[in-house]
Design a protein around this ligand. Structure first.
Ligand code: COA
Length: 164
């Protein structure tokens, strides 16, 4: 594969971010969300973030092929140094290093933005996700059993963390 570059997202990227997010929702591997999102939802999500909770996109050949975001973990001041992570790669380019490139950059940006820790919540059966997070040094905190329902069935959710 050609070079993967990572940069800050701009408003123009929101449609690509939406398409990639919806693939993650459809694949039932990444999130408890069941319904695909529309353009209004994604624009509102992007607009409400502010500088600290940034969104990065990965490009291959001038096409956005993945994105990652730092999300608020808690509104309590005591947790201000903790960010929650989202990362999504276009379906046809998973397993080719895009997620690794995004996490490499977002960890650096998180430190610059005053976060000391990133947490994430993932399905234990998400093999790509588990591979990526382990490789990047995220450690398992524990598993919430029957934490949510996906298509009517209970699913477990694993919490992971990385001290930066
Ligand atoms: C999870 C996801 C973000 C990972 O990104 P990615 O670009 O596929 O991951 P990478 O190619 O950087 O791979 C990172 C590591 O994961 C592991 N890995 C990758 N693909 C794998 C697979 N099919 N099976 C098992 N492990 C795999 C490898 O250890 C790999 O490191 P290596 O290439 O040095 O061996 C991506 O697959 C994705 O978007 N999936 C759907 C959405 C999603 O699950 N998001 C996360 C929600 S918690």
């Amino acid at each position: 594969m050609t070079t993967i570059s990572v940069r800050r997202a701009v408003m123009f990227d929101v449609e690509s971010i939406l398409q990639i997010y919806n693939q993650g929702i459809e694949d039932r591997i990444a999130t408890l969300e069941e319904d695909i999102k529309d353009s209004d939802y994604m624009h509102s999500w992007y607009s409400g973030r502010g500088d600290r909770y940034l969104v990065l996109v990965a490009e291959v050949g001038n096409q956005v092929v993945g994105w990652a975001s730092l999300n608020p973990y808690s509104h309590r001041c005591a947790n201000a140094g903790v960010a929650d992570l989202s990362v999504y790669v276009r379906r046809d380019l998973r397993g080719k290093g895009v997620g690794s490139a995004l996490l490499n950059h977002i960890e650096t940006s998180a430190k610059e933005n005053g976060f000391h820790k990133i947490v994430l919540f993932t399905f234990p059966f998400n093999a790509n996700g588990q591979g990526l997070y382990s490789k990047r040094g995220f450690l398992e905190v524990g598993v919430f059993h029957n934490q949510g329902k996906l298509d009517g069935n209970f699913v477990d959710v694993m919490a992971m963390e990385k001290l930066l």
